[in-house]
Ligand binder design. Structure first.
Ligand SMILES: O=C[C@H](O)COP(=O)(O)O
Length: 249
C-alpha cells in the first residue's frame, strides 16, 4: 500500500521570516503522518530554519534542486552533502522550470537522482510534456523517455524510494489541468514503464504524484485515481489554510 505524499513547492517565494510565519500557522493542524506524508520544498536559505522547526513534527522538508557533485568549483550551487548536513530529507529534481530556464537535462537529472540516493535524500523527479507535445500526441513518448533516463542504472530499492511527479508543463501555474482520468492514465503508463524497466514489484512501490494547478477544490478528484499517489503543488501551497486543505485531500 503506497502512502500518499503531498508536497508543496514554494519555488522562489518566502523569506525566512515568511517561511516561519507559515510554519507557525500550520504546526498544530498537521494531519496524521500514518495517513499522508506532508512535505514542504522551500528556497535554500529558508531550509535551516524550516528543518529546525520541523523536528518532531509530521512534516518533511525538501530542497528544490541541487548539484550532483559533492563539492567543487561550481559557483552558486548547493551539494547533496550540504543538504544532508542540514537535515533536509527530499529534493525536487528536473522540475520543468529548471529544464526550461537553467539547462537541466535528462542526463543531469539522472546524475542528481543517483547523488540523492547516495546521500539518503528522497528525489521527487519531475516529468511532463509541453503543450505542443501534447497537441502532437507525444505525451506518453515524452514522459517514457524522461522516466527511463531519470531512473537509468538505479537499483530496484532506490527506485522504490523515489517519487515521480507527473507535471504537464502547460498545466503549471495556468489554472488548466488535464482531467483526473487523463492524469491517471499517464501516471498508470509511467508505472508500466517502471515495470518494464525494473519489475512489477518496483512499479507497484514507486509513488507517482500529479502536479499542475492543483488546488484544494480539485485535489480530491486526482487522489481518487488508483495510480495517483499524491500531488506536487506550487501556488496553492503558499497559503497555510490552502496547504492544510490539500493535506486533507
Ligand atoms: O511544482 C509544482 C508545479 O510546478 C505546479 O505549480 P502550480 O501548482 O502553481 O501549478
Amino acid at each position: 500500500m503506497r502512502k500518499p505524499i503531498i508536497a508543496g513547492n514554494w519555488k522562489m517565494h518566502k523569506t525566512v521570516a515568511e517561511a516561519l510565519a507559515f510554519a507557525r500557522a500550520i504546526e498544530d493542524k498537521l494531519p496524521d503522518p500514518e495517513q499522508v506524508e506532508a512535505v514542504i520544498c522551500a528556497p535554500f536559505v529558508t531550509l535551516p530554519a524550516l528543518v529546525e522547526w520541523a523536528k518532531g513534527k509530521p512534516v518533511g522538508i525538501g530542497a528544490q534542486n541541487m548539484h550532483f557533485e559533492e563539492q567543487g568549483a561550481f559557483t552558486g550551487e548547493i551539494s547533496p552533502v550540504m543538504l544532508k548536513e542540514l537535515g533536509v530529507q527530499y529534493v525536487i529534481l528536473g522540475h520543468s522550470e529548471r529544464r526550461q530556464y537553467f539547462n537541466e537535462t535528462c542526463e543531469s537529472v539522472n546524475l542528481k537522482t543517483h547523488a540523492a540516493h547516495k546521500h539518503g535524500l528522497i528525489p521527487i523527479i519531475c516529468v511532463g510534456e509541453t503543450y505542443e507535445e501534447r497537441e502532437e500526441g507525444q505525451t506518453k513518448e515524452v514522459v517514457r523517455s524522461q522516466v527511463i533516463k531519470a531512473l537509468n542504472n538505479l537499483t530496484a530499492e532506490q527506485v522504490k524510494r523515489s517519487v515521480i511527479a507527473y507535471e504537464p508543463v502547460w498545466a503549471i501555474g495556468t489554472g488548466q489541468t488535464p482531467t483526473a482520468e487523463e492524469a491517471g492514465d499517464v501516471i498508470a503508463y509511467i508505472r508500466q514503464v517502471a515495470a518494464e524497466q525494473f519489475s512489477p514489484d518496483v512499479a507497484d512501490a514507486i509513488r507517482i504524484q500529479y502536479g499542475g494547478s492543483v488546488k484544494p477544490d480539485n485535489i480530491g478528484q486526482f487522489m481518487q485515481q488508483a495510480d495517483i499517489d499524491g500531488a506536487l503543488v506550487g501556488g496553492a501551497s503558499l497559503k497555510p489554510d490552502a496547504f492544510l486543505a490539500l493535506l486533507e485531500g
